[in-house]
Design a protein around this ligand. Structure first.
Ligand SMILES: Cc1ncc(COP(=O)(O)O)c(C=O)c1O
Length: 367
């Protein structure tokens, strides 16, 4: 007789629940500095907190489809209206909807590594095939390789994802290269989770007018400092967005998150401050770590920095261990380009950043 396991669709068999050990560790030990998940160290603004309280009082009610909020998002991004905007419970859920809209078992998703893990996760649960092309390591830089992406396209390619800027490398793909990829006609999803740190003028949303196949994803988890609230969105051509919206789980974004998001978009002063703080801290790291021989700091347009200490002779995992022993959680990076010195730090409070700069100097000075 068959067992219940036999009835699972084969492609989800053995996929474990997503758990981030770093985040688990951080919640268990609140005294540790959370410099590992690209959260914003600043709390939500008073205005956002007021809105959260206000709408908590009507939490007994279902929400509407968010027309006011979607119109505001469209306006900020120079798009015609709410039908160009899809709301999600974080951009991770937006990825789920976008992938479910294009990927059937056996279809291919192209990503360029190193990159964020959500593309792989959403591809796997649909039985898709992940095709990873590699960024190129050259002259102490990690560069996008648009030709590798274009050469990887097959008849089964249904999605290409490019993060703009990329996590963990922190850099942008050139606009002309993005356009070349868009011209291939495949659904091109551009992950702009961190775009606000560089400014919306760097956004590729302008491509939506000419390329119906371009979809932009965004989140309030980073510059807007609302990771735990869960709010993300997609921008695109009206017909495309409305078709993807067919996959929406009804009432996926809570009333509280929707109205808090509207307040966050209107509260441009808090966004400006968050961005200014972040970019000053990035500079602080770059200046403070420049004198460590053999340590490369990759310039970042996000709220994190990738570092490579391979040329110091010390593995990245030892730095991560050292930081953790001193109360800071960092993030590792698998060996890349035959080098093992990698680690990533998320911008913390200024005090936390000062501490990490000190720890970094101490660690690399040890014999
Ligand atoms: C490139 C990138 N995209 C998307 C996300 C997911 O963000 P969200 O909290 O909106 O699901 C992250 C989170 O770290 C990220 O680094």
């Amino acid at each position: 007789m068959s067992t219940v396991e036999d009835y699972f669709v084969p492609w989800i068999k053995g996929i474990p629940m997503y758990i981030s050990p770093h985040i688990e560790l951080a919640w268990r030990n609140p005294s540790l500095a959370r410099m590992m998940s690209n959260e914003n160290p600043n709390q939500p603004s008073e205005k956002v907190l007021e809105t959260i309280n206000k709408y908590a009082k009507v939490a007994n009610r279902y929400m509407d489809q968010g027309l006011i909020l979607r119109s505001k998002i469209a306006e900020i991004n120079g798009l015609p209206g709410p039908e160009n905007v899809l709301l999600g419970n974080g951009s991770s859920e937006v990825y789920d909807m976008v992938f479910r809209s294009f990927i059937a078992p056996g279809d291919e998703v192209i990503q360029q590594t190193p990159c964020f893990g959500i593309y792989k996760l959403r591809c796997n649960v649909l039985g898709g095939k992940l095709v990873s092309t590699k960024m190129v390591y050259k002259d102490k830089q990690i560069l996008f390789d648009p030709d590798a992406i274009i050469n990887a396209i097959t008849p089964k390619t249904k999605i290409i994802v490019v993060a703009h800027p990329n996590n963990p490398t922190g850099n942008f793909m050139d606009e002309k290269d993005i356009i070349r990829i868009a011209e291939q006609g495949r659904p091109l999803v551009i992950d702009e989770a961190y775009i606000e740190f560089a400014g919306l003028q760097r956004s590729m949303v302008k491509l939506v007018k000419d390329f119906k196949n371009v979809i932009i994803t965004r989140t309030l988890s980073k510059a807007y400092a609302l990771a735990g609230l869960r709010f993300g969105y997609a921008l695109g051509d009206r017909d495309v967005i409305m078709q993807i919206a067919g996959t929406l789980i009804p009432w996926n974004v809570s009333t509280i998150a929707m109205w808090a998001a509207l307040t966050a978009f209107e509260d441009t002063e808090t966004l400006r401050k968050n961005v200014e703080f972040n970019n000053n801290e990035i500079k602080f790291y770059e200046e403070s770590l420049a004198d460590i021989p053999g340590l490369t700091v990759f310039h970042s347009y996000g709220n994190y920095l990738l570092l490579d200490g391979t040329d110091t002779g010390k593995p990245g995992k030892d730095m991560i261990k050292y930081a953790e022993q001193h109360g800071v959680i960092l993030r590792g990076q698998e060996n890349l380009y035959g080098r093992n010195g990698w680690w990533r730090v998320t911008i913390g409070t200024h005090k936390e950043n000062e501490k990490l700069v000190r720890l970094t100097h101490e660690f690399y000075a040890q014999k």
